[in-house]
Structure formats: C-alpha cells, structure tokens
Design a binder for this molecule. Structure first.
Ligand SMILES: [Zn+2]
Length: 589
C-alpha cells in the first residue's frame, strides 16, 4: 500500500518510507561532540539589557578584540577588521557599540594562551530609526497586535531525511502542534531561487533581473520581505553560517550595506578565519569552541530575547551540518530541541510566528543516488508555529492551514503568507500575489483542490506530483534521448564560449529512463533520464519532452540536475549554472 503526501485531483505526491533497507545501508547517526575540550573560560551574562563577561577561573588575564565590518564596494560583505585586544576585568559590561568579539584568555603566570572564544551581542543602538517608526505606527494602529516572525532554516533537509536523522525534533514538532506542510515542493534547483521565491515572490529569472546579485549594490535594492517588515516598524535580523557559500555571497556581490538592523556576517567571517576549525565533508563543522550553526542559533536567541516586547523579523539560516553530509543533522537533533526550549522559555512562542524549514533536499551524494533520490531532492521540510492568541483570534486560519497540510505548496505560498501577516485583517481578494506565481496565495486561506505544479509556480522538472513507468535502457528511444541530452549540454557550453575551457562530454552510460505518468493516468511525453558522461563520470538527471514524429527532445539545459558534486571539476569558471556541466580541461579528468 503506497502512501501519499498529497492525493488530490491533479497531484498525487508519493510519501516514501524514510527507513527503506537501501537507505539504512548507508545511514549511520552521528553523535553530538564537544568541539573543544575543557570548560568555557568566559561566560556571557545578560541582565537588564546589558551583557557582561564573566571569567570562570582565577589566575587568568583575558582580553577582547572587537569585530567590525570593514569592506567597501565589492568587498563590503567580504571583509572584517579586528581591533587590538583590550583587557577586561571580572564581570565587565560590554560597551553598547560592541556587537561581536573574539576573546583570548591567558594564564596569569606565564601568559600562555589557554582559550579563544567568540560572541555576538544584540545591542540597542542599531535600530534607533526603527523605534521612532514603531512609535508612530503604534499610535495609529494601537489596537492591532503584530506577531513577530522568526525564520529558522536548515539547508538541504527533506521531510524524509528530517524524520530519519532528527527523530526527536520530528516528534517534538508534532507533539507541540506545529503545522506541517506535507505537500511542500521546491520550485527550482538550489538555495538562491528557492529562498528568493520565499523572500521576494520572484521567480528564478525575475529575481536575477530585479536584484542583480552580480552587481555591487544589486541585492541592496532587492525587494526583500524584511524591508516590508522594517517599514511597518519591525526590528530585523539576518544571520547565516559558512561565509564563502552563504546564499547572497557565493559567486555574488553580497550586500553593500547591512541588509537588516542586525547582521551576523562580520562575526561569521571573523570566526571562520581566526578560530580553529574542524571539517566534515569539506564543511567547517566546528569553529572554535562551538559548532558553526550554534553561532547563528545563539544570535537568534539573543535577538528574540532582547526584543521580546517588540515586533521582530529574523531569518537565521545554517548550512554547515546539513549541506554535504546527509547523516550529520542527527548530531544536532537534541541540541536544536534545547534551542527550541530556550525560545519557549523566553516567551517567543507566545509572540512569534515561526517557520522551521528548508529550501530543498540533498542534491548530490549517496542519498541522492538511491531510487528515492528524485523525491529526496525535491521535498524540503516546512513547519509553521502560530502563537495561541493568533489561533484563537483567527480559527479559520487554523482550519485552512490544517487543510492545506496535504495540498501541493511552494515557497511562493510562504511569501504570500508572510505578506499576509503584515495585514492580517485584509481579505484574500485584496492581498498582494507573488509576481512569480500569480495563483499562489496566503496559506491562511484554502488552496484550490485541483492545483497542479504550474499553478504553484513549480517547474515541471521539480514537480513531484508524478508517477513513473520504466523504459528499458536498451530501447532505441532511451539511447536517442540520452545522446541528445549530452549534445544539448555541449551546445550550451559552446554558446557560452566555454568549450576548450571545459571538456566536450560524451555519453558513457544510461542509468535509467522513466516515462512520467500524470495523475489520473493521463499520458505525457515527459521522460526522466539519469545518465553518466565522460570525462569525470558526471551523473545527471533531466526531465525532457520527447516527440515521436520528429524523434527529437526539447530540454532547458539549466534545469538538468547534476547528481554528483561538481565543485572540484568546475573551478575554472564562475558561471553558477554552467558550473554544473563544466569539467575543466586544465584540471585533469
Ligand atoms: Zn540550499
């Protein structure tokens, strides 16, 4: 008996078992380990809005180096500066202008360096302008209670892998009555388009042309949701770990000015450069005394704690325990529950709408290579928390969210919902619709039962409302399709003048060819093809249309998935999409 996440008239989305034998063969849970042994020599205390530094041993001398954002122009998001280390006394109050530091503690007798550490502080000075905006708006709209919004994102985590690697969190969210979207489907390949759909409502090409991320200042001018929230008097924050590959900086120019009132980037750049690191599958997993993600989570807690009586919008995104090693989220399972409990303790659950979510599943590696890999890649987690007062005030929203749990949904719906939160009293007909998906709307209203992927703004290649029928690999059609795919890829590289820099590829193996069967057994001319090319044994997966009469395919090359990691093969070029297809000629083969 098969299970389905969605079983509606135009979408049957399979719900694979996360614990099939083929997955259990390759999955081993990873325990949480202390990054550095020994106790913390410095503890941060927070009282009456003031942070202080407590030394936990006598016979120490400690100092701190303030971290500052220091780059300009194209380097604004890439550089930081450390001020000279200034000594501090026991229970020293951190000055109000200091929002990130690296500390050093030495033995008093011989000045031997014993420990380095790093801390962020959410200080009030950053949003002086917001307070005025808030006071103005509170006088006119004093009766309306505005929920805070907290986005807690983990890169590359599918529903199946979440249940598999984070069973404690999976159980916790269920028991605490979070709303799950079981029909949540990514709308494009990787982080940037999926987060942009959620943060701007724009589609892949729309967000590139509206936001010009390759140009200095481009992303600053981008219509990000946090700007809408700031305009309504919210205090805003954004933090993300892994400096080189973070969403707005990898191959892009980042932000010229801090995009939000509080911005973790200078801290993240500094700790990654200055502190000791331990890597897991090429990712900086431990940085100094903590797991890299914990800097982001501590920052999130500080932010919500400091502003618990004011409306806030914060996005906190982590990559370092989930992006490359699909088993590694297991190491953070219990830890994230601790963070959730701290949030609960600070009262955040009574004031905030919280999204616990991801952008897509594993896009490469062992898990992706399994039969269920197609679904693993396309089904990110999406959980929503609503405060009790909001549930009571808007019971119809609760009802609709429950109904939408098993309907097809996409990041555009989340964008529309986050816009709706800014004006909860506005009826559906008047609410703004995402530009990239005019049929998408707030999830507080019932979604159309007959929705299909194109209604939800999901390109066909990423759509999981499908079933498949195997085509024998020896079928002449199978071979023609695979050959034409490789040819199309070579033509794509040639059109970008990359042949010579990148190898011409040739088909070396057809792994599988499947014909798509649409819901209600409607026939299609779509095929899902997995194939391998030489040199480099690169594995690809593509959705193509096949035309019997002309014996030809149509394919949009950028939509082809690369199922094996391509970073090492494609260092000779910077084009983010072409990197998937380029095997550099000068890097051996
Ligand atoms: Zn991602």
């Amino acid at each position: 008996m098969r299970n389905f996440f969605v079983d509606t008239s135009k979408c049957r989305m399979p719900a694979p078992d996360p614990f099939t034998p083929d997955v259990l063969m390759i999955y081993r849970g990873v325990p949480y380990e202390q990054c550095e042994s020994g106790k913390d020599l410095i503890k941060v205390n927070f009282k009456d809005g003031i942070y202080s530094l407590h030394m936990s041993e006598a016979n120490l001398t400690c100092c701190y180096k303030q971290i500052l954002r220091s780059g300009v122009g194209a380097n604004a998001d890439m550089e930081y500066k450390l001020l000279p280390c200034s000594n501090f006394h026991q229970d020293f109050d951190v000055p109000r202008h200091v929002d990130a530091i690296i500390t050093e503690c030495r033995r008093l007798s011989d000045k031997k360096l014993l420990q380095q550490d790093a801390f962020s502080f959410v200080q009030p000075a950053k949003h002086a302008d917001n307070l005025t905006a808030m006071n103005d708006s509170s006088s006119s709209e004093s009766t309306k209670r505005r929920p805070s919004v907290l986005l807690w994102g983990i890169d590359s985590l599918s529903r199946m892998n979440f249940q598999r690697t984070m069973p404690l969190m999976f159980k916790y969210l269920k028991e605490e009555n979070w709303f799950e979207l079981q029909g949540y489907n990514k709308m494009a390949d990787n982080t940037f388009p999926n987060l942009m759909a959620l943060l701007t409502g724009l589609n892949s090409s729309g967000s590139i042309s509206a936001c010009q991320p390759m140009n200095v200042g481009g992303l600053d001018a981008c219509p990000m949701l946090w700007k809408d929230y700031k305009n309504k008097g919210y205090i805003t924050a954004y933090g993300e770990d892994w400096s080189k590959y973070s969403t707005f900086d990898y191959m892009f120019k980042g932000f010229k000015d801090p995009p939000t009132d509080y911005y973790a980037r200078p801290l993240i750049l500094a700790v990654e450069k200055e502190l000791k690191k331990r890597y897991d599958m090429a990712l900086p997993y431990c940085v100094g005394r903590r797991h890299f993600a914990e800097y982001i989570y501590d920052f999130a807690l500080q932010f919500t704690e400091f502003y618990k009586n004011q409306s806030t919008f914060g996005m906190f995104w982590t990559n370092t325990f989930s992006h490359n090693n699909f088993a590694l989220p297991s190491s953070m399972d219990a830890k994230i529950i601790e963070y959730m409990r701290s949030l609960q303790g600070s009262g955040a659950f009574e004031e905030s709408i919280i999204l616990f979510f991801s952008d897509h599943g594993m896009r490469f590696g062992k898990l992706r290579g399994l039969e269920s890999g197609f679904l693993e890649e396309r089904m990110p987690i999406m959980y929503i928390w609503l405060p009790h007062w909001l549930r009571q005030k808007y019971p119809e929203f609760v009802h609709n969210l429950q109904l939408n749990r098993n309907r097809l949904t996409s990041p555009y719906d989340i964008y529309a919902t986050l816009k709706h939160i800014l004006e909860l009293e506005t009826p559906l007909a008047v609410l703004p619709r995402p530009e990239g998906c005019p049929n998408c709307h707030s999830l507080f209203y019932e979604l159309d039962e007959s929705r299909d992927c194109s209604d939800a703004g999901i390109d066909e290649h990423w759509c999981t409302c499908v079933d498949f029928e195997n085509v024998p690999k020896t079928d002449s059609k199978a071979k023609l399709i695979a050959q034409q795919l490789v040819e199309a890829t070579n033509n794509y590289l040639a059109a970008k003048k990359l042949i010579g820099i990148c190898h011409i590829q040739r088909l070396s193996n057809i792994e599988s060819v499947q014909k798509k069967i649409l819901t209600n057994s409607r026939q299609s001319n779509s095929y899902l093809v997995r194939y391998e090319t030489e040199p480099a044994k690169a594995l690809f997966e593509a959705t193509v249309q096949w035309y019997d009469i002309s014996q030809n395919i149509t394919i949009s090359v950028p939509s082809i998935s690369r199922m094996t990691s391509y970073n090492e093969h494609s260092m000779c070029i910077n084009d983010k999409v072409a990197k998937k297809f380029c095997i550099c000629a000068n890097q051996g083969s």
